[in-house]
Ligand binder design. Structure first.
Ligand SMILES: Cc1cc2nc3c(=O)[nH]c(=O)nc-3n(C[C@H](O)[C@H](O)[C@H](O)COP(=O)(O)OP(=O)(O)OC[C@H]3O[C@@H](n4cnc5c(N)ncnc54)[C@H](O)[C@@H]3O)c2cc1C
Length: 333
């Protein structure tokens, strides 16, 4: 039963899991929901849907969930919107949450708007911040007009308020002493809308960007193979990872998983070295929590200099070899 939590606009997080391992973004969203809920005396619920996934529950409780709503059925073993969305709608009607958060993953981006449409409420995609007001309004911040301004979106009347957030925007937290409960819910499955013929697992190399303490990134200003070799060498001597801006992806110098920014990855390295990157807000939102930002740019008026801790004005073709030699020399001494 989830009836006993009715009446309060609690915060729910859809937990994406694969083979019993929750996605990092779901744990980050639970931590954020925990923070908001503590401020207003609300509960945090994790929606755990799948088959044989009960053993994920303790992780979710330690991540900050008060309730794990567990819906298990062999038909729910793989994600499919025709089953997941109505099941979540049914739960929403019973539990009446104030807000439901989804990871902005391929699944979350499919499921969140489907649930919002069924619940006849709004859905704000790719939020870079979430806040809650005293009257329960969720302030959903998203870059707007090509990143020239930040828009705060509210859903004034409809509930729940539905938002998606990308990996890395919030930080995971761990509450080993936190107590929670698992609430078993029998899913009422509706008619299938399609047949799932085959599930093909994509073999993707995990991006090193998230774990690297040092990230070297190139932008449109790095325009040659030799230039990218220099950046790769700098990343190598610093034992860091290589990333880039949108033009670097568009020009084929990096893979999608290496793009940093609003529509790419959000990272928190100790050191971020931006080379030939102008500092557009849609790039910088991806590194706003980097501890130290160093910018290398030939234009002294480049906006990135006002967002960096150290700025080197110069042509990267001259600056980067000097940095590489300096690091190597330091390592030898
Ligand atoms: C909806 C939307 C989402 C977006 N999402 C992202 C995103 O996730 N990530 C992202 O990065 N962008 C994103 N963008 C694009 C973003 O708005 C910018 O256009 C982009 O970040 C600019 O990339 P840049 O700094 O590499 O290129 P530019 O702005 O062209 O800057 C190139 C810089 O290189 C410098 N330079 C040139 N030659 C040299 C040299 N020899 N040595 C040193 N410096 C040199 C120049 O002075 C300049 O400052 C998005 C845009 C939209 C509309």
């Amino acid at each position: 039963m989830i009836g006993d939590i009715e009446g309060k606009e609690n915060l729910w997080v859809f937990v994406e899991q694969f083979k019993g391992v929750p996605k990092q973004v779901s744990l980050e969203l639970i931590a954020k929901a925990r923070m908001l809920a503590d401020r207003f005396g609300l509960r945090v619920a994790a929606l755990l849907i799948g088959d044989n996934v009960r053993n994920v529950s303790p992780v979710l409780i330690n991540a900050g969930a008060d309730d794990v709503f567990l819906l298990e059925d062999p038909l729910l073993s793989q994600y499919r919107s025709d089953f997941y969305a109505p099941v979540i709608l049914d739960l929403i009607r019973k539990g009446k949450p104030g807000a439901v958060f989804f990871g902005a993953t391929p699944i979350g981006r499919d499921l969140a708007p489907a649930v919002a449409a069924l619940a006849e409420t709004g859905c704000t995609a790719d939020c870079i911040d979430l806040e809650l007001t005293e009257n329960g309004a969720l302030l959903q911040t998203v870059p707007a007009f090509g990143g020239r301004m930040m828009a705060v979106i509210v859903t004034p009347e409809r509930r729940p308020q539905i938002a998606t957030v990308r990996l890395g925007v919030f930080q995971q937290a761990w509450f080993p002493e936190h107590n929670g409960r698992v609430v078993d819910i029998s899913p009422q499955l509706t008619q299938a809308k399609f047949d799932l013929v085959e599930f093909v697992e994509e073999s993707l190399q995990p991006s090193l960007l998230f774990s690297a303490r040092v990230v070297v990134a190139g932008g449109a200003g790095v325009d040659s193979r030799e230039g990218w070799e220099l950046l790769r060498e700098l990343a190598g001597v610093l034992q860091g990872a290589l990333g880039g801006s949108r033009p670097a992806l568009d020009n084929g110098w990096i893979r999608e998983s290496q793009m940093i920014g609003h529509s790419g990855s959000t990272i928190r390295p100790d050191l971020y070295i931006a080379v030939g990157i102008s500092g557009d807000v849609l790039h910088m939102v991806g590194v706003q929590d980097a501890k130290v930002i160093v910018a290398v740019n030939s234009d002294s008026r480049a906006p990135i200099f006002s967002n960096s801790d150290y700025g080197i004005i110069g042509d990267y073709r001259e600056v980067i070899p000097v940095l590489i030699n300096a690091v190597k020399k330091k390592q030898r001494s």
